[in-house]
Design a protein around this ligand. Structure first.
Ligand SMILES: [Zn+2]
Length: 245
């Protein structure tokens, strides 16, 4: 079974030239790539409310919903209050929000995630002043009850990926996971998986920017047992989603 644990649906702002994709397009791409279910979140110009309404009870495909946590969104608190029991994960994007995950404006959402054991996916990128994996590791110490999934395996760059994996293993961050979305360098993915363990790695494509069929072969190519690949493709995310309260 394959779950794509990181997909976007909707309209992007100028960051991606107002590029827009629909739920129907996402379902077509997921199904034709052999994906059985997907964790979906909006893009930066589509609201939680709008995407949630179109996906949560979709009859054609199984979607888990990931709420986009923008502290400046005036509708966010109401959306969370109304739908918290059906929200599977939170997503925080420090680069687009232009603030670190350690910013005080995120604290109440992190506290909510911890109280309900809601996993939080955090964009980690090359912009080290704002989106370094190191700030996520700080949050993991402050909120040890949150399963934290570091997107792009901690930085979307082999040097950052390796550094992050070593740090996680060395300091035993038990509640920290690595998401594989949009990472291409298979040799380093393989090394990082060996360092942190396959039970800490979660498959994602970053659709509508990437395609699942671009990244499924990368997981299949890993030099690990088939049972470990199964964990990466679906076992780990299902365990985290079912643990939430
Ligand atoms: Zn993404």
């Amino acid at each position: 079974m394959i779950i794509d644990s990181h997909i976007h649906i909707g309209k992007w702002s100028e960051v991606f030239f107002n590029y827009t994709s629909t739920v129907e397009q996402a379902i077509y791409v997921m199904k034709s790539s052999g994906v059985d279910a997907a964790v979906c979140m909006p893009t930066d110009s589509t609201s939680n409310h709008e995407l949630f309404a179109q996906t949560i009870d979709n009859r054609d495909f199984k979607f888990y919903y990931m709420a986009w946590i923008n502290p400046m969104d005036p509708e966010l608190d109401k959306f969370l209050e109304n739908n918290i029991n059906r929200i599977s994960l939170f997503k925080i994007h420090p680069s687009l929000q232009k603030r670190r995950i350690t910013d005080p404006s995120f604290v109440k959402y992190l506290a909510l995630a911890e109280s309900r054991r809601i996993p939080v996916v955090v964009h980690c990128g090359r912009w080290q002043e704002i989106a370094s994996y190191k700030f996520c590791l700080e949050v993991s110490v402050m909120f040890p009850g949150i399963p934290l999934i570091l997107a792009h395996m901690g930085g979307d760059q082999p040097g950052l990926i390796m550094e992050c994996a070593i740090e996680i293993a060395r300091n035993r961050y038990n509640n920290v996971y690595l998401g594989t979305e949009s990472v291409r360098e298979f040799y380093f993915v393989n090394n990082a998986v060996k360092i942190v363990g396959a039970d800490k790695v979660i498959f994602g494509s970053d659709y509508n920017l990437g395609l699942p069929s671009m990244y499924i072969p990368l997981i299949e190519s890993l030099d690990i047992p088939a049972t470990d690949k199964e964990q990466i493709f679906s076992g780990n995310i299902l365990r985290l989603i079912s643990n939430r309260s």
